[in-house]
Design a protein around this ligand. Structure first.
Ligand SMILES: Nc1ncnc2c1ncn2[C@@H]1O[C@H](COP(=O)(O)OP(=O)(O)O)[C@@H](O)[C@H]1O
Ligand SMILES: [Mg+2]
Length: 406
């Protein structure tokens, strides 16, 4: 595994896809955890094709980078080092919807609707900005434990997979692709709505609408076949609910909903109000235990140990200071009781506290190191045990203390 790319330290691999490998990374300059995607080099292209592809990719990433929405993964940087392209983005601690759905069976309706609503919001927002995702699929939908959903790979995933497909390599699954997208390069937001409806179908029934198995067979189904009615697959769902999903799955983009939010709103209104049994988000997160991405790395554990030692040290120091101050207060009186005629009176507070207060007033020198405090304490103790000092001696002692400061 590579240790570092650009300004990022790579800590752990968190996933692999058609585009490359995704790592959890760390930007030490600003103390931020990021997700770094190393873009797989395109071995089958000429230097010119490669340059063009990189340009297209950079253009898409720049467009997607402008999208600022709570349900869209933020892109921080697109960089290149030694000919390797990488993309740094917001790190989402959670699971992808793909991992979630791998469990099989329908999801709890409320959870499914909440996820769909958030994706629809993000998609409509992007469409209004003129950006089509083109690869809406469960692997690109990240779900945090608190239920917040974030879509990733806006506009970029399909570019690379298309080039690979042209080179004769099969990438991923066409299961979520709209019919017009299979035929034409240019698509609009309606293609994303179709993909969203495939996801809705799968979440509510536990089955994909087009599931022939091999890529070409799935493509044939998407182009020609009507999927089984959703309320036949899950008899708990109403016919209205099935109708809503089937409309968004229309082969003709013009027959779908005007936008994604209208689809999800219609779906929500047609779902039976009684709570549906199904897999809930919480069940999943607790059953899974800590996921790959939420699991702490050994390095993080080590950091926690350092913090713990640090905190312990601080507590000991504070207790020490409090004890010292308490001691100097309670022990001070006997020193003052020494008869004035034998020796000049020792000013109270004791030298150490004087040093402290002097430093306190000293602006930039407010902090006393623990060793200074300890030496101050020792000297203070000595002063109280022995005979009181003259002004001269005290001044010298204070000078000594101050000179050990640095
Ligand atoms: N920003 C991110 N934060 C956390 N995990 C991510 C992030 N982006 C991607 N991942 C994880 O890495 C995996 C691989 O991502 P990717 O290369 O986009 O491939 P694909 O989307 O085809 O699965 C994803 O399925 C997801 O689990
Ligand atoms: Mg992805």
């Amino acid at each position: 595994m590579i240790e570092r790319i650009g300004p990022y330290r790579l800590e752990e691999e968190i996933g692999r896809g058609g585009m490359g490998i995704v790592y959890r990374g760390f930007d030490a300059a600003i103390g931020r955890t990021v997700a770094v995607k190393i873009i797989r080099p395109q071995q089958f292209s000429t230097a010119e094709e490669d340059a063009q592809l990189k340009l297209r990719f950079a253009r898409e990433a720049a467009a997607a980078g402008k999208l600022s929405h709570p349900n869209i993964v933020v892109i921080y940087q697109l960089g290149e080092e030694n000919g390797i392209q990488y993309m740094a983005m917001e790190f989402i601690a959670g699971l992808s919807l793909e991992q979630f759905l791998a469990r099989g069976g329908p999801m709890e309706t409320e959870t499914a609707l909440s996820i769909l609503r958030q994706i629809a919001d993000a998609l409509d927002f992007a469409h209004a900005e003129g950006i089509v995702h083109r690869d809406v699929k469960p692997a690109n939908i990240l779900v945090r434990a608190d239920g917040r959903v974030k879509i990733t790979d806006f506009g970029v995933a399909r570019i690379l997979s298309q080039t690979l497909t042209q080179a004769g390599i099969t990438v991923g699954t066409p299961s979520y692709m709209a019919p017009e997208q299979i035929l034409a390069a240019r698509v609009d937001g309606k293609a994303d709505q179709f993909s969203l409806a495939v996801i809705a179908y799968q979440m509510l029934s536990g089955r994909k609408p087009f599931d022939a198995g091999t890529g070409p067979a799935v493509i044939y189904q998407i182009m020609n076949a009507e999927p089984p009615s959703l309320n036949d697959v899950n008899s708990r769902l109403t016919p209205e609910c099935a109708e809503a999903v089937h409309r968004a799955l229309a082969k003709d983009p013009d027959r779908r909903y005007p936008n994604c939010a209208t689809f999800v709103k219609t779906l929500t209104e047609s779902v039976a109000v009684s709570p549906e049994p199904g897999i809930a988000l919480n069940d999943f997160y607790t059953a899974q235990g800590p996921s790959l991405r939420t699991r702490r790395s050994p390095r993080k554990d080590r950091n926690i140990a350092y913090y713990a030692y640090g905190a312990l040290g601080l507590i000991v120091l504070v207790v020490g200071i409090v004890f010292f101050l308490w001691r100097t207060r309670t022990v001070a009186p006997p020193a003052v009781q020494v008869p004035a005629k034998v020796e000049p009176a020792v000013p109270s507070p004791t030298p150490a506290t004087q040093v402290n207060s002097e430093l306190d007033g000293g602006g930039s020198e407010r902090v006393l190191r623990s060793d200074q405090i300890r030496s101050g304490e020792k000297k203070a103790k000595k002063t109280q045990e022995q005979a009181p000092k003259t002004d001269e001696e005290l001044r010298k002692e204070i000078d000594d203390l101050l000179s050990t400061k640095n």
